[in-house]
Ligand binder design. Structure first.
Ligand SMILES: [Zn+2]
Length: 445
C-alpha cells in the first residue's frame, strides 16, 4: 500500500493553484495563490486589506483553501480549521513563480513553515517590496534549479520553466514510492524555449507516475487559436517603430522582468533609448544590474527609494518632446497622465500585457480613452493567457514526453480539453485526499 497522498486543494477549475503531496508525516505544498478574477477582485485598490484578520478574511472570501496545519491558532481565531500548532506534519511550501495566482497568499502561512522561492524570485520580491508593489512580513527560503531539497521522506527538485517572471520553476517531487512532476506555469514559445525543451528532455528520462500540468490554453476562452510567439510580438513592435518619427510607448507587467530587458535591446536596435519609470528601473537593476534611464513622474514628493536613485541617468519630458523618435518609453497605468506631456506628438502605444490586465475592466476602457485622445496608434497582442502558457500542441508534446501514467490538468477552465496522449487523465475533486499508487489516484476514505 502506498503512503503517498495528493490533495488538489485548488486549481482544477482555473487559476490559483494549491496542491499538497504528503508522505507519512512529511508534506510539501505546491504554490499558494488566490484565484485570478480581475473583474471581481475584492482588493481593487479601494478596499483595504486587513492585517490581523488577513487569514480569516482570505478563508472566508475563499481566496485560500482551508489547508489544515498551516495557519497559526492566533491567525485562525474562531475558525475551525486545524492550526499549525495542532498539526504533527512537517511541511514546506514551494512557489513556482511570483505571479499572484501562485503566491499571493503565501504571507498567511505560519512563519515556522519554510516557503521556498527561486533565488531570482527572491530578488524580485525584495525589489517589489522596496517600490511598494508587494508587502510581506515573513522570510522566504531560496531554491536553485536542479538542487534537490529534502523535506523528511520527500525530495523536491526544481526545473527551469520558461515564463516571463524571473525564477519560474516546475517541481519534481519524489517520495519513497512515487514520482510526481508539477509544471508550474509553462510555455514553449518564449525566448527561452530551447532551454525549456532541454529541461523537458531531461524530465523525459525520469519515470513519472503523475504529471500535474498547466493546461491554461486548453480553454477556448483563453486561446484564440492564433499562435504568436514571444519573439513574434517583439518583432512586430520593432517593425511598427522602425522609421517611425514619433514616440514609442509600452506598458508591461512589473513582474515580467525579462521583457524589460528585451525592450532595452529593442530600443538599442531601433536607435531609441528605452526609458523607465523609477519603479521599473529599480526592478530591472535588481535582476540584471543595469541602470536604465528614468523619467520621473510629476509627484509632489517621491518615495524614499526614488530619492536614493541619485546617479541614475535621467531623461526629462522636454528632452523626449524635442526628439520623440529617439525614445522608447515604458509607462504603467498608474502614471498614464505622464503621456499627456506628449500631446500633439505622434505616438504608438504597445500594450504588452501590463495592467490593466484584461479588456473588459473599467481601467482598460480608461486607458483606451487616453490613447484615443492623444490620437495614438494602439497595439495589443492576442490574449494575456496565451502569452505565458503553452499552446495546445506544445502541451501535447510535453505530456507525450513526460509520459506519466496519470495526468491532471490544472490552471484551466476546460481541463477536459487536454489531450492526455498516452496518459490517463484524472479529474480530481478539490479538497479530497487521494492515494497515489503505481501512478493511479484513488480516493482515500
Ligand atoms: Zn499562473
Amino acid at each position: 500500500m502506498s503512503n503517498t497522498m495528493v490533495n488538489f486543494y485548488r486549481g482544477t477549475q482555473g487559476m490559483g493553484v494549491v496542491i499538497s503531496v504528503t508522505y507519512d508525516k512529511d508534506r510539501v505544498i505546491l504554490d499558494f495563490g488566490a484565484p485570478f478574477t480581475p473583474l471581481s477582485e475584492i482588493y481593487d485598490g479601494t478596499v483595504k486589506p486587513r492585517f490581523r484578520n488577513r487569514v480569516k478574511d482570505a478563508l472566508l472570501l475563499e481566496r485560500i483553501p482551508a489547508v489544515p496545519g498551516i495557519f497559526t491558532r492566533e491567525d485562525l481565531q474562531d475558525l475551525s480549521c486545524q492550526s499549525f500548532e495542532d498539526s504533527d506534519l512537517n511541511t514546506a511550501v514551494f512557489i513556482s513563480h511570483l505571479h499572484l495566482d501562485h503566491m499571493s497568499e503565501a504571507d498567511k502561512i505560519a512563519t515556522q513553515i519554510p516557503v521556498y522561492i527561486h533565488e531570482d524570485g527572491l530578488k524580485l520580491l525584495d525589489a517589489l517590496c522596496t517600490v511598494g508593489r508587494e508587502k510581506t512580513h515573513r522570510r522566504f527560503s531560496a531554491f536553485r534549479y536542479h538542487e534537490k531539497i529534502t523535506i523528511g521522506n520527500i525530495s523536491v527538485t526544481p526545473y527551469f520553466s520558461d515564463h516571463p517572471c524571473p525564477g519560474s520553476a516546475g517541481f519534481l517531487i519524489e517520495t519513497p514510492d512515487s514520482t510526481i512532476y508539477y509544471s508550474g506555469d509553462i510555455r514553449f514559445h518564449g525566448l527561452n524555449s530551447q532551454k525549456a525543451l532541454k529541461e523537458l528532455d531531461e524530465l523525459s528520462n525520469i519515470k513519472t507516475d503523475l504529471l500535474i500540468v498547466d493546461a491554461t490554453t486548453t480553454s477556448p476562452a483563453e486561446f484564440t487559436g492564433e499562435l504568436i510567439t514571444e519573439m513574434g510580438i517583439y518583432k512586430d513592435a520593432a517593425y511598427l517603430l522602425n522609421g517611425f518619427r514619433g514616440l514609442g510607448v509600452f506598458n508591461q507587467y512589473d513582474r515580467d522582468v525579462a521583457m524589460m530587458a528585451r525592450m532595452v535591446q529593442i530600443g538599442q536596435r531601433l536607435n531609441r533609448i528605452t526609458v523607465f519609470e523609477p519603479a521599473y528601473a529599480y526592478i530591472l537593476n535588481a535582476l540584471y544590474g543595469y541602470k536604465a534611464p528614468i523619467l520621473l513622474p510629476d509627484l509632489r514628493e517621491h518615495p524614499q527609494y526614488v530619492k536614493e536613485m541619485t546617479g541614475w541617468p535621467q531623461v526629462t519630458a522636454d528632452e523626449i518632446k524635442a526628439h520623440p523618435d529617439k525614445y522608447l518609453l515604458q509607462n504603467s497605468y498608474g502614471n498614464i497622465l505622464t503621456l499627456t506631456d506628449f500631446d500633439g506628438i505622434p505616438g504608438k502605444y504597445f500594450h504588452l500585457f501590463g495592467e490593466p490586465l484584461v479588456a473588459g475592466a473599467k481601467e482598460y476602457g480608461i486607458m483606451l480613452n487616453v490613447i484615443k485622445k492623444l490620437n495614438w496608434e494602439f497595439s495589443s497582442y492576442t490574449n494575456l493567457y496565451s502569452f505565458s502558457h503553452a499552446y495546445p500542441e506544445h502541451l501535447r508534446n510535453m505530456v507525450e514526453k513526460i509520459n506519466a501514467k496519470t495526468v491532471v490538468a490544472v490552471h484551466s477552465r476546460n481541463p477536459e480539453k487536454l489531450d492526455p496522449v498516452n496518459s490517463i487523465q484524472f479529474f480530481p475533486t478539490e479538497g479530497c485526499e487521494y492515494i497515489l499508487q503505481d501512478g493511479i489516484l484513488t480516493k482515500a476514505d
